[in-house]
Design a protein around this ligand. Structure first.
Ligand code: KE4
Length: 443
């Protein structure tokens, strides 16, 4: 069985002549999994369709935004209607405060917030305001966490940096990252030690409260509470980067699930309904440091873009209406998919363990340290994740792709399920996995 990708191959050749690697974001190039990336021409519900007419069940959902499935009618209608009135004004619009209210209703810690056009911008801006508010320089991040590609944060990052094995990145002077410490996730002692070494110098501790960019990794019981306690004691700010988890795991994000109030939060992906939106926000006394009234400069031509606001309002309105029942259904579908494949792997002698929470999951190709019955969430940090057999993951990815299942093209990414994934997609995915495992173990 092989995939016909003739038109995608020709499109790749054309793209590479104009765009580095033929991609606008490195992870799309399939470097970590091998094979040729299909070029997508349209998507609907749980499905992607490529230039050669192949159909795939989508498990990366534009890397998170498509929680309601592709071409979600309320989003499409809202964007179509907004576009009739022009596509950008560079002036304030009613929609910005409307979307901000939908966010604040779900995450009351975001007393004030500002929209930007990407998650990278959101985290970069939040770090700047944290440094200004505390008058401190040092940052603590965690290995495997990815917070976008701003210079100071590309230190032992996850996602594409981990995928491509880039230690940081070229082009970033060491002077820029000298104040950024990357500590092991789920290790409070390491955080305590850093504060002992640099008392009064740490502006903020930032993390993905549930990690997605090393694959899915959950906080140990007490970990987030410990970070909150330490940062409060030390006068440092706690920044939850919920660009991926915001509105993904619950209406109130990880901070709502775990009952932790961060000082700052960053969002993206879902709040834009697939259009370019990021947001950063938190305590009003911190956010009021921002221009035009405060001393911290931050700006953006397309920040609060009317089409992006319309898409975000439509998607978040649907999520608010769906409530907990929406997220419960997502979690149930995800459990069937993640655990069904886990079981098939065990039955067919493939070493695989699953980390899963809500509609995020990752199959790590490594032995499960738990009994086969409950092989969930045994990978606790990036070091654990790095022990995975990435070559085997690559073979699995290629095998599933030709069977019409498109997984995120990296062991160090989270997979996502949408409300458009139904029993039919679950069964098709399990069948494809069983056939793929048989192929991987064939003599
Ligand atoms: P963007 O600048 O890509 O919109 O957001 C950066 C970002 C910040 N924080 C978190 C927790 C994120 O997950 C991201 C971006 N996530 C990756 C996927 N793991 C984006 C995919 C890509 O780089 O193409």
């Amino acid at each position: 069985m092989s995939l016909v990708l003739d038109r995608s191959r020709a499109l790749q050749t054309r793209a590479e002549a104009l765009i580095p690697g033929g991609v606008d974001s490195p992870v799309r190039a399939f470097r970590a999994v091998g094979g040729e990336p299909p070029f997508v021409v349209r998507a609907q519900g749980a499905y992607l369709f490529d230039a050669d007419g192949n159909r795939y069940i989508d498990y990366f959902g534009s890397w998170g935004p498509m929680i309601c499935g592709h071409a979600f009618p309320p989003v499409i209608d809202a964007v179509r209607e907004a576009a009739l009135h022009s596509t950008s004004f560079g002036a304030s619009t009613p929609a910005e405060a409307e979307l901000a209210q939908l966010i604040q209703d779900a995450m009351p810690s975001m007393q004030k917030l500002r929209f930007v056009s990407s998650g990278t911008e959101a985290v970069m801006s939040a770090v700047r305001v944290a440094r200004a508010f505390t008058n401190r320089k040092r940052l603590i991040k965690f290995e495997g966490c990815y917070h976008g590609h701003s210079d100071a944060l590309l230190v032992k990052a996850g996602s594409g940096v981990a995928t491509l094995g880039i230690p940081g990145s070229a082009g970033i002077p060491p002077e820029t990252t000298q104040f950024t410490a990357a500590l092991p996730y789920n290790d409070l002692d390491a955080v305590e030690a850093h504060f002992r070494t640099y008392p009064g110098e740490v502006a903020c501790v930032l993390l993905e409260p549930v990690v997605g960019n090393a694959g899915t990794i959950l906080p140990d019981p007490g970990y987030l509470e410990g970070l909150r306690r330490i940062t409060e004691r030390e006068g440092a700010l706690l920044l939850f980067d919920e660009v991926m988890t915001g509105f993904r795991l619950a209406l109130g994000g990880v901070q709502g699930l775990y009952g932790i109030t961060p000082d700052l939060t960053t969002l993206g992906k879902i709040i834009g309904g697939g259009l370019p939106v990021g947001a950063f926000g938190g305590r009003a006394d911190i956010m009021d440091q921002l221009a035009p009234f405060g001393p911290v400069y931050q700006a953006g031509t397309l920040s609060g873009n009317p089409l992006a606001m319309a898409a975000g309002i439509a998607q978040l309105t649907a999520l608010h209406a769906g409530g907990q029942a929406f997220y419960d259904r997502l979690a149930t579908t995800t459990q069937h998919i993640a655990e069904g494949v886990q079981q098939a792997a065990h039955q067919q002698g493939i070493a695989l363990t699953t980390n899963r929470i809500g509609s995020m999951f990752t199959w790590f190709f490594q032995p499960s340290s738990k009994a086969a019955g409950d092989p969930v969430n045994t990978v606790r940090n990036f070091h654990d994740a790095s022990a995975s057999d990435t070559a085997l993951f690559g073979r699995f990815h290629r095998s599933m792709l030709k069977r019409g299942v498109w997984l995120p093209p990296s062991q160090f990414e989270a997979a996502f399920v949408s409300s458009a994934h139904t029993h039919a997609e679950v069964e098709a995915t399990l069948n494809a996995a069983r056939e793929s495992f048989a192929e991987l173990t064939a003599p």
